[in-house]
Design a protein around this ligand. Structure first.
Ligand code: MLT
Length: 411
């Protein structure tokens, strides 16, 4: 008889988005005439930038000819893409990241989970609350936690609440932690960390020999000057941070799949016998053993994001969604709701009206307004009483959704 990984049995219910999908499918089946607007999962709606499309078409043509055909590529990504990323996303902002510190992958979701492969089991791990559920669930799967309590908090994790009371800025942990996950601009709250907030985290990490897992998947949505686009804009971050980035939200690649993780050389963690080992080498070993690289065609598409046409097309795409977010914030405020986020992020985080629980609000909004969002409690206990709406949608749907929420709130 084979044995299962018992840790999986500790996981609470299903992963959040499949659970939402299940409820929405049930509703749609029972109400086939309802025109449901989906603002739950943050999935893009607009087509890929033209520059990416033509680069991918050209790459397909290369694959069609024996002399330019390619089989396996380098697992870490082609140099043309790694170099473009290093130059545009980091060096242009004064962050000294080199191409060989960039590992191209098929998604930040996978990378934030897979990174645990190279770290030990005895780390004290801190997450914000609310939090992108993948950080927590992958730690549960890896056996880094005990059981969950009634509120969904797992024993062994350190939770850093982010609520209205602290304006969604998590306090530094009171105890010493070894790993902390930060996401800025934040999923789910849509709020972003200022330079001074990130300086405090880098300072904490260096003093405590901790590592920051910095998820910057939404950096393209930053509009405010005081919000760093990369943790490596902060002095000293190379010694203490791994950064996750994605083309999913920047360039509409959620279905195309391309992302990257930055592991700076010189960033170390300790062995059980007390020696310091570079994580770059371990991640390289993991990546080349368990992953065969992103397709050449997709990497050519991602490279095109950095051409002048690509940059302006991506900017237009991001601005389109940001305008959706702006309209949503204004419209929901007008409806009398308390609203956060939406300025540096494609997510709007609202307080549920009349003290409704997050899931009750979800169910009522679905049944009465035929609108789907994400219950805040699905992101953690401190998300209870909040609700996330994604700005990834057509303009027509956004305007209609605002109207529907208005009607719903007016009762
Ligand atoms: C979300 O809605 O939180 C994101 O789309 C999930 C993801 O990027 O994996």
């Amino acid at each position: 008889m084979a044995y299962v990984n018992d840790n999986y049995l500790k996981l609470k219910a299903g992963y959040l988005f499949p659970e939402i999908g299940r409820r929405v499918s049930k509703f749609a089946k029972e109400n086939p005439q309802a025109k449901v607007i989906r603002m739950g999962i943050g999935d893009v709606t607009e087509p890929l930038p033209a520059a990416c499309i033509s680069a991918m078409h050209a790459a397909v043509d290369e694959m069609a000819r024996r002399e330019s055909f390619r089989g396996y590529g380098p697992e870490q990504g082609f140099d043309f893409l790694r170099e473009a990323i290093a130059r545009h996303d980091f060096q242009s902002r004064g962050a000294q990241i080199q191409a060989d510190e960039i590992f191209v992958s098929d998604g930040s979701k996978c990378d934030t989970g897979n990174i645990l492969d190279i770290l030990g089991k005895s780390n004290v791990i801190a997450v914000t609350d609310p939090v992108y559920p993948v950080y927590v669930d992958t730690n549960v799967m890896a056996g880094h936690t005990g059981e969950a309590d009634a509120g969904g908090r797992y024993a062994g994790l350190v939770y850093l609440p982010m609520t209205e009371a602290n304006q969604f800025v998590p306090a530094l942990p009171e105890q010493k932690v070894d790993i902390v996950y930060l996401c800025s601009p934040n999923n789910p709250t849509g709020m972003a960390a200022s330079r001074s907030a990130l300086e405090k985290w880098v300072d904490y990490a260096r003093k405590n020999e901790a590592i920051i897992f910095f998820d910057a998947a939404y950096e393209a949505f930053i509009t405010e000057a005081d919000v760093p686009h990369s943790i490596y804009e902060i002095e000293g971050a190379r010694e203490c941070a791994i950064e996750f980035r994605s083309f999913s939200k920047t360039a509409g690649f959620t279905g195309t799949r391309c992302a990257f993780t930055v592991v700076p050389k010189g960033l170390t963690a300790r062995t059980s016998t007390g020696e310091n080992v570079e994580l770059h080498g371990l991640w390289n070993r993991r990546h080349t053993t368990k992953f065969n690289g992103v397709s050449y065609i997709v990497q050519r598409g991602a490279e095109a994001v950095y051409t002048p046409e690509g940059q302006s097309q991506v900017r237009q795409l991001v601005e389109f969604y940001l305008e959706n977010a702006r309209l949503m914030c204004a419209g929901l405020k007008q409806a009398g709701l308390t609203v956060y986020g939406g300025v540096n992020a494609p997510y709007v985080w609202l307080k549920t009206p009349n003290g409704l629980s997050s899931w009750d609000f979800f169910d009522q909004l679905l049944s009465k307004a035929h609108l789907v969002g994400t219950p805040g409690s699905g992101f953690g206990a401190s998300g209870e009483g909040y609700f996330r709406l994604s700005a990834f949608n057509s303009r027509a749907n956004v305007l209609e959704a605002i109207e529907r929420v208005n009607k719903f709130v007016q009762g």
